[in-house]
Design a protein around this ligand. Structure first.
Ligand code: SAM
Length: 218
C-alpha cells in the first residue's frame, strides 16, 4: 500500500525545520531587491547536509544569485573547501560577495565566475568536484547534466533545484519550455546508467544523483 502523502502543515514544518540566521535573511533581502528567487530553507539545509556528508572540498554552483545557496553549501564544506560559482549577471555576484563576507567566509574560498554557464563549465577541470549544484536557466538543465557528469569525481553528487517546478513537472498538461526541459531531465537522470537518483520533495523539488564509483579493473 502506498504511504499517505503528508499534508501542507507537515511539509511546511519539515521545510522550515532548520532556521536561517541573519546572514541568510540579509542575502534573501538582496535577492528580492534584484528579483532573484533563491532556494528555500529546506533546500539549503539539504545542500548543507550533502556538502557535510561528502566533506566537500570543491563544489560548482550554476546560478550564484545573491549567495543564499552558496552560503548554505559553504557552511557544509570542509573549512578549506572552495566554491566555484557561475552567474551570467555580474551584479548578482557582487551582491553574493556581500553575503559571503557577512557569513565570515574567507575570499579565497569562493571563486565567482561571471559568464554564461555553458561557456564557463567546459573550462572547469574534469573529475575534480564533489558536488555540482544547478540553479541557472531551466531550459539548459539537460546540458548542465552532461557537464556535471564530466566535472564530478566518482562518488560525487549532482543536484538540480526546481525539479518539481511549481507543481508543473508532474502535470502532463503543462507543456511550456521550462517545464518540458525539467521533465526531460528528471527522466534522463533516472535512465542514466551509473547514477543513483532520488527526487526529494523539499522546497520546489531537489533532484539529486550520485555518480557511482567505477569498479577497479583487474
Ligand atoms: C534562481 S537564481 C539562483 C539563486 C541562487 N542559487 C540562490 O539560491 O541564492 C538563478 C540565477 O541564475 C542566473 N542565470 C540564469 N541563466 C544563466 C546562465 N545561462 N548561466 C549562468 N547563470 C545564469 C541568473 O542570473 C540568476 O542569478
Amino acid at each position: 500500500m502506498a504511504p499517505t502523502p503528508i499534508n501542507a502543515t507537515s511539509w511546511t514544518f519539515a521545510d522550515t525545520y532548520v532556521d536561517e540566521d541573519d546572514v541568510l535573511v540579509a542575502a534573501r533581502a538582496r535577492a528580492e531587491e534584484v528579483g532573484v528567487v533563491p532556494i528555500g530553507a529546506g533546500t539549503g539545509a539539504t545542500l548543507r547536509f550533502l556538502s557535510a556528508v561528502l566533506e566537500a572540498r570543491a563544489i560548482v554552483e550554476i546560478g550564484t544569485g545573491t549567495g543564499v545557496s552558496g552560503v548554505w553549501l559553504l557552511r557544509g564544506m570542509r573549512p578549506d573547501g572552495v566554491l566555484t560559482t557561475v552567474d551570467v549577471e555580474a551584479e548578482h555576484q557582487r551582491l553574493a560577495r556581500e553575503s559571503f563576507k557577512d557569513a565570515g567566509i574567507a575570499p579565497q574560498r569562493v571563486r565567482t565566475i561571471a559568464g554564461s554557464a555553458l561557456d564557463v563549465l567546459p573550462r572547469l577541470t574534469d573529475g575534480h568536484y564533489d558536488i555540482v549544484f544547478a540553479d541557472g536557466d531551466k531550459r539548459e538543465y539537460g546540458a548542465y547534466l552532461s557537464e556535471a557528469l564530466r566535472l564530478l569525481r566518482p562518488g560525487g553528487v549532482v543536484a538540480f533545484d526546481n525539479a518539481l517546478w511549481h507543481d508543473r513537472v508532474a502535470d502532463p498538461a503543462q507543456r511550456d519550455d521550462e517545464t518540458v526541459a525539467i521533465r526531460d531531465l528528471v527522466a534522463q537522470v533516472a535512465a542514466t546508467e551509473g547514477l543513483v537518483p532520488a527526487l526529494l520533495p523539499v522546497g520546489d523539488g531537489l533532484l539529486v544523483a550520485k555518480k557511482e564509483w567505477v569498479p577497479e579493473s583487474d
